[in-house]
Design a protein around this ligand. Structure first.
Ligand SMILES: C[S@@+](CC[C@H](N)C(=O)[O-])C[C@H]1O[C@@H](n2cnc3c(N)ncnc32)[C@H](O)[C@@H]1O
Length: 302
């Protein structure tokens, strides 16, 4: 399950908002927006609302606010349970600042493992085939585009393509990829991609929804209430989209190219079976510290 919004500063669970605290705007000064008094007032408010990482969050919110009214509004939103990243308008991912906002999935820290594995897979592609030219990276189910952008950045340049079914997510992906010259498409999995991408993808990264439908009600409210269901619900066993992505991947991958799908430990055998059915040699990589699991498949080298 992709439910770690309660596991880091981006995910402390806030309770329902308390009454506005006038000391927040009273203490705020445009000349010193991170002034200790304003920060202390925000910390107190966030703490009362149940934010576990109140100090760190207060520092970020105070630094981001342009006016006292802004600050009040941001604190209200956070105290009301919105993800910190939606309030700030950005998320940190692999050292990059990724633009996010209401209605888009917040990239998770554990997905940095997917990025690491994708970069390693690209480097290990060997001579010829998938590694011969500038890498071609395809980020399917891209959301804000964080994963593909981080892979392309780590590879120091790539021909980057990203696609998502949700037009709101694509707006953010478009902004985040703008500086790379990357292409963003809107539609169901491979449907919106240009035909000339077939057989050319070096690294195909997929962080699709993989929470089983029956487990959605168990997710933390920050995810359940503030991220779109289409970004979370992976179908009856959570791997419906993995199966569809894996089945069609060989048509898009270059010889020696890799498909990497983020999953959970408990679902990894199902995700792996989906890839094996598509004819790929597969393995499972895990990182216990990051609570991260990635299934990696490779097409035959030329
Ligand atoms: C778990 S979020 C991950 C977003 C992004 N990859 C990341 O790691 O931040 C899953 C994304 O898959 C998208 N999605 C769901 N079903 C899809 C489909 N059939 N085709 C393309 N995208 C889909 C959702 O809109 C959402 O943005």
């Amino acid at each position: 399950m992709d439910d770690d919004l309660d596991a880091d500063p981006s995910g402390s669970v806030c309770q329902v908002c308390v009454m506005p605290d006038e000391s927040i705007s009273a203490a705020w000064s445009p000349a010193a927006p991170d002034a200790p008094a304003a920060t202390a007032a925000v910390v107190a408010r966030l703490r009362t609302a149940g934010c576990v990482f109140a100090e760190e969050e207060a520092r970020l919110i105070v630094a981001a606010a342009d006016t006292p009214a802004d600050l009040e509004a941001m604190v209200d939103r956070r105290a009301g349970g919105e993800p910190l990243e939606h309030v700030l308008g950005w998320a940190e991912f692999c050292g990059l600042r990724i633009e996010v906002g209401p209605g888009v999935f917040v990239p998770r820290r554990r997905s940095e493992f997917l990025v690491q594995q994708a970069v390693a897979a690209s480097a290990g592609a060997g001579s010829g085939g998938a590694s011969a030219a500038r890498p071609v990276v395809l980020d399917l189910c891209c959301g804000s585009g964080a994963v593909g952008l981080a892979v392309a950045t780590a590879l120091r340049g790539a021909d980057l393509h990203a696609a998502d079914i949700d037009a709101r997510a694509a707006v953010y992906a478009h902004r985040n990829l703008a500086a790379t010259g990357g292409h963003v498409y809107v539609g169901d999995l491979y449907d919106p991609l240009p035909a000339d991408l077939r057989g050319r993808v070096t690294v195909l990264v997929v962080n699709a929804p993989y929470v089983p439908t029956s487990e959605i009600p168990l997710m933390p409210p920050e995810a359940r209430l503030h991220e779109p269901l289409i970004a979370l619900d992976g179908g009856p066993d959570g791997v419906s989209i993995h199966r569809r992505a894996a089945a069609e991947a060989p048509r898009w991958l270059a010889p020696g190219g890799s498909l990497l799908i983020e999953t959970s430990v408990s679902q990894s055998a199902l995700t792996q079976a989906a890839m094996t059915a598509g004819g790929m040699a597969t393995r499972i990589a895990t990182d216990a510290d990051m609570d991260a699991t990635v299934v990696i498949g490779r097409t035959e080298s030329p």
